[in-house]
Design a protein around this ligand. Structure first.
Ligand code: MG
Length: 335
């Protein structure tokens, strides 16, 4: 029996989760929500996390019904992410590891998403689409690495959606992406937007500046509604993601797709990916917002795999890094 506690805080969510051999014992989370039209800045986000993290840790232990001495390992997000929030969480993990006298493990955030998705859905060897506010990658496992087949060459798809929401002053509560998704359901007219797939890679910055410039004039001229723009943006960027995912599947001969990351709980993205999978005779795996959106349990789950595989992070190596690529991690726990 191995129990791991995981600390996540690489962006505007702070989460503490506890995993015991494939079971989520607890996974509380808080989100730093900014007013409409505003994004979240590193220092303010770190302040938010600092205020929440100790209460959240107690909550995680209480919900799991365990004591610190039951924990075998303390896992935390080493990167990638925003500097100040990452530091805040790393300090807490480092301190608790010393107080409780338990080994520490620095986890790659993207690998956390993948391992959580695999554990929850039971997907054996999927082609992974990782889509969030900070990351957009098409990934497949081969020879002890999560290899990146395609990725964004500029901003993440979630960042494109979040920044579009700011233009229209769409609420950030519970998340801009969720509110865009609801508005898109009422969209009727498909507005032509740039479609930017370059080989296996995608680009969103041109689409964003196009729609940022056009939004106000188009809406005031009565050419389309805000809902139409939400709908058109989703259809366009999701089609790009489905296209590159399908190409990676064809290349790998893969029959499974796993969608992870915050944008992964978007029902329309799941629906479009599901259609593609059906045409290929493949299977789609996805999770809901509890496990898709950044959370502590995903760090605990990747930590659980790593710890059992013999990984430990020495205190002097327990720093954070804003840039930490998915394929930097040696995946020793898979064949
Ligand atoms: Mg994430």
């Amino acid at each position: 029996m191995t129990i791991v506690i995981g600390f996540e805080g690489s962006a505007n969510k702070i989460g503490v989760g506890i995993i015991k051999d494939g079971t989520v014992l607890s996974n509380p989370r808080r989100t730093y929500i900014t007013p409409p039209g505003q994004g979240f800045l590193p220092r303010d986000t770190a302040n938010h996390h600092r205020k929440c993290v100790l209460d959240l840790t107690n909550e995680a232990l209480e919900q799991a019904g365990i004591k610190p001495e039951d924990i075998d390992c303390v896992a935390y997000t080493k990167g990638p992410g925003m500097g100040a929030p990452l530091v805040c969480v790393a300090i807490v993990a480092r301190t608790l590891s010393q107080l409780w006298n338990r080994p520490l493990l620095g986890v790659n955030h993207c690998v956390g998403h993948i391992e959580m998705g695999r554990m929850i859905t039971g997907a054996a060897n999927p082609t992974v689409l990782y889509v969030s506010g900070g990351n957009t990658q098409v990934i497949a496992y081969s020879q002890h690495r999560y290899r990146i087949f395609g990725e964004t060459i500029d901003i993440a798809v979630g960042n494109c959606l979040d920044r579009f929401a700011r233009v229209l002053k769409i609420s950030n509560d519970p998340s801009p992406g969720y509110n865009i998704e609801q508005m898109a359901k009422r969209g009727r007219t498909l507005v032509d937007l740039p479609y930017t797939v370059k080989g296996m890679d995608v680009s969103f910055s041109g689409i964003l500046s196009y729609i940022e410039d056009a939004a106000e004039t188009m809406i005031t001229a009565g050419k389309c509604t805000a809902e139409d723009l939400c709908y058109s943006l989703q259809e366009t960027v999701f089609a790009m993601l489905v296209e590159t995912t399908e190409r990676a599947m064809a290349h790998c001969g893969s029959e499974e797709v796993l969608i992870v990351g915050g944008v992964g709980c978007n029902q329309r993205l799941q629906e479009m990916m599901g259609e593609m999978c059906e045409q290929r005779g493949a299977k789609l795996f996805a999770t809901d917002e509890r496990f898709c959106i950044d959370n502590g349990a995903m760090i605990a789950q990747a930590g659980w795999e790593m710890f059992r595989g013999g990984h430990v992070t020495a205190l002097e190596d327990s720093w954070i890094t804003q840039r930490y690529r998915t394929d930097d991690v040696m995946v020793t726990w898979r064949d």
